[in-house]
Structure formats: C-alpha cells, structure tokens
Design a protein around this ligand. Structure first.
Ligand SMILES: Cc1cc2nc3c(=O)[nH]c(=O)nc-3n(C[C@H](O)[C@H](O)[C@H](O)COP(=O)(O)OP(=O)(O)OC[C@H]3O[C@@H](n4cnc5c(N)ncnc54)[C@H](O)[C@@H]3O)c2cc1C
Length: 364
C-alpha cells in the first residue's frame, strides 16, 4: 500500500510527488499518458509562479524565453508594461518539456511513476482503492486536471457549472517579437502571443458560454497570425466553493478549479496547491489544514471573479482606463508578482473611476 497516490502527472501532480517523495512518503504518481505529452497551454509562467518554483527547489526549466516587456493592445490603443529591473514579467515554457522535467524530478526523489488511466476512487476502511489500476493508498491527491475523475468519484464535486469554465484554444506560429495580450480578440476573454525561441504560442480564451464566438475569434486570429496545429481545452475557475478536500482525498490545480478568472493563469495555483497539500499532510487533521492554507488563495480567486464580472462586459472602457492611467497597469504587474494584494489593487483602481468617467463624458 502507498502512503500517497497522486492521480495526474501535470505540474500539480509532479510538484506534489516531488515534495512528498522528498519528505519520505512512499509515493505513486499515475498518468494516462506517457511523457512528454502535449497539454494545450500558452506555457506562460508569471514571476510569482517562477519564484514559487525557486522556493520549492525546482527553478523553471527548460525555459524557452524570458520576457521583460508585456504589450497589451486593443480597440486601437496599446500600452507596454515593463518588469522591474533584473526581473521578468513572464517566462515561456513548452509544456511537453516542462511537465516531463517536473515528473523526472519527482522520480529522482523516489516517486514511482505508472502509466495508467484511473477510473475512480473508492474508500475501503482506512485505505482508498484506485479503480482500474489495482493500487491502494492511505492518501489520494487528485491532480487529474479539469475533468478530474477523483473529484467526481470521491463525491467532492459532481460537475462544473458553465460559468465555472473558460474555453481556450492555442496553436503555433512564427516567432513574434513581443509578448502581447489582445483585449479585443475575443468576447469576455482575450488573445495572446507568447513568443518562444523559434516560434510563438498564439491563442484565445474566454467564457465557455461564448464558445461559438471564441472559436470564431480563434479562426480570425489564426488567419491573421498564420497559426497552425490548434488545440483547445478548458480551464476551470470555480467549484472550490464545494470542497477541495475530503477524508484523505485532496484536489489540486485544475482538478480543484484553481485558475485565475481574469487571466486563466493556472500554473501558479497548481504549484501552490500542491505545496500546501504536501505541508498539510504533516498535520493531525490534514484536510482542515489544507482548507485553512488555501483560504487566502481562494478568497483572492473569488475577488478576481467578481472583478472579472464587472470588467469583461465593459472591457473597452476598462482598457481605456488602463491606458489613460499607466500606473494602474504598473500596479497590476505588482499583483501578478505577488507584491500587492489583488484586493488593494482593485480598491485603488476603482477610486480612479469617478475622474475617468468625467473625462470620458467630456471626451478629454
Ligand atoms: C489553451 C490553454 C492555455 C493556457 N495557458 C496558460 C498559461 O499561459 N499560463 C498558465 O499559468 N496557465 C495556462 N493555462 C492553464 C494551465 O494549463 C492549467 O491550469 C495547468 O495545466 C493545470 O495543471 P494541472 O497539473 O492541475 O493539470 P494538467 O496539466 O491538466 O494535468 C493533468 C494530468 O492528469 C492526467 N489525467 C487526467 N485524467 C486522468 C486519469 N483518469 N488517470 C490518469 N491520469 C489522468 C492528464 O493526462 C494530465 O497529464 C492554459 C490552459 C489552456 C487550456
């Protein structure tokens, strides 16, 4: 019997396996795929996520590009935001290579990898049976992504509601110069160009409710930027209201619905939640400890979700505000690196609204 069985060897699963194996837990990590495998993703790693990886002892590797400048454009306007000196704003990785390397690190710490599709989990006394793979474990970590079978069969969540889901589509194009976000590329979402060394990852994402428009937006982007090999997948941005942990079962990363509702960033939350699970297992009541540790993270995601509901339908107005007050853009960068709390950023930005509205009315 295993101390911990981790279902899914994406970033959340491999980080959890690395940390737990390092602590001496007898750790099994399972994935239905062999590695390297493709995972639809822009591969953008914010400085906040990169720093967390450094703290854990897993610096980002291999990195395809570090970008210090971020160009945000739309509605005929644009603004360039720079990272602080000696810092990057976003590093870009290829998920196939990045995920493989994290899994290799976990294996070298002693985790055992098995290629197998888990069909579900079932509690049997003090242990948990992994259905379909003939394994049992004292603890199970569900790191099995957006369609988590662990979440559903453990009873932690039955389904996502449509408003909990972002649909994102990505592909590959030639190497562009600037890392760019296009705020007018998709309704209730945005487009991106993440340049890498020899090519660029280009895509769009937006609320699943607008899936037809998002697909149309991607087609437009694809013909404009000559994008090839399109892949689409979902990013869950909710569902953690129910529960992210039950007795000896923990959900992390996309399986727990932990992605940023404003940007779709999921990698930071995948790494963070796995770190918190690995720490929580040292406590007498690990489920309570994990929920407690994740409280501030989930609170921030909920605040972002409320902000997204206000911003997305009025993106043109808010982007004009962003451009008119470059300090808003600069401060936003500070939230994305974890130096300013999102809640403080949002309050401060809203305080700029009355003046902005007057200027808009007067056309100045
Ligand atoms: C198009 C797109 C672009 C994105 N761009 C970014 C970005 O630039 N930056 C960012 O931070 N986030 C981005 N995201 C979000 C990010 O990709 C996810 O948040 C992140 O991959 C979550 O990691 P994870 O380990 O939790 O899940 P995953 O990476 O999805 O890994 C889950 C693993 O579980 C395995 N698995 C699933 N079911 C089973 C089963 N039954 N049995 C065994 N194994 C199973 C899968 O094979 C997979 O390897 C993007 C998402 C999409 C769709």
């Amino acid at each position: 019997m295993w101390d911990v069985a981790i279902v899914g060897a994406g970033p959340s699963g491999s980080v959890a396996a690395y940390l737990l194996a390092k602590k001496g837990y007898k750790t099994l990590i399972l994935d239905k795929n062999s590695f390297p495998r493709h995972k639809p993703c822009g591969g953008g790693i914010t400085l906040k996520a990169g720093r967390l990886l450094n703290e854990i002892g897993l610096p980002i590797e291999p990195v395809d590009a570090f970008h210090k400048e971020v160009l945000v454009k739309g509605f005929g306007l644009e603004i360039e935001v720079r990272a602080g000196s000696g810092e990057y704003a976003i590093a870009v990785v290829r998920r196939d290579l990045f995920d493989k390397r994290l899994l290799d690190e976990a294996i070298s710490e002693g985790a055992v990898f098995k290629r197998a599709r888990v069909l579900g989990v079932r509690r049997e006394g003090d242990k948990i049976k992994l259905i379909g793979v003939n394994e049992t474990s004292k603890v199970v970590v569900g790191a099995d992504g957006a369609n988590s079978i662990v979440a559903v069969t453990s009873g932690l969540r039955s389904h996502w509601s449509r408003e909990d889901i972002i649909l994102a589509i990505e592909g590959v194009s030639r190497p562009y110069e600037k890392l760019t976000f296009m705020v007018d590329a998709a309704p209730y979402g945005y487009g991106w160009i993440f340049p890498r060394e020899k090519d660029s990852n280009v895509g769009v994402g937006g609320m699943l409710e607008k899936s037809k428009e998002i697909k149309r937006s991607f087609d437009q982007l694809a013909s404009r930027y000559e994008v090839m090999r399109a892949h689409s997948w979902i990013i869950p941005i909710g569902g953690h209201d129910k529960s992210i942990a039950g007795k000896s079962i923990f959900l992390v990363g996309d399986a727990a619905g932990l992605a940023d509702p404003l940007t779709g960033e999921g990698l930071y939350y995948a790494i963070r939640s796995s770190l918190e699970v690995s720490e929580s297992l040292e406590y007498e009541e690990p489920e309570l400890e994990y929920r407690k540790r994740m409280e501030p993270v989930i609170r921030e995601l909920k605040e972002k979700r409320r902000a997204a509901k206000i911003i997305m339908p009025r993106i043109k107005f808010f982007f004009k505000l962003f451009v008119a007050y470059p300090e808003i853009a600069e401060r936003y960068m500070l939230t994305s690196i974890g130096r300013v709390e999102f809640r403080d950023f949002w309050k401060w930005s809203i305080s700029k609204l009355p003046r902005a509205l007057i200027r808009e009315k007067l056309g100045i």
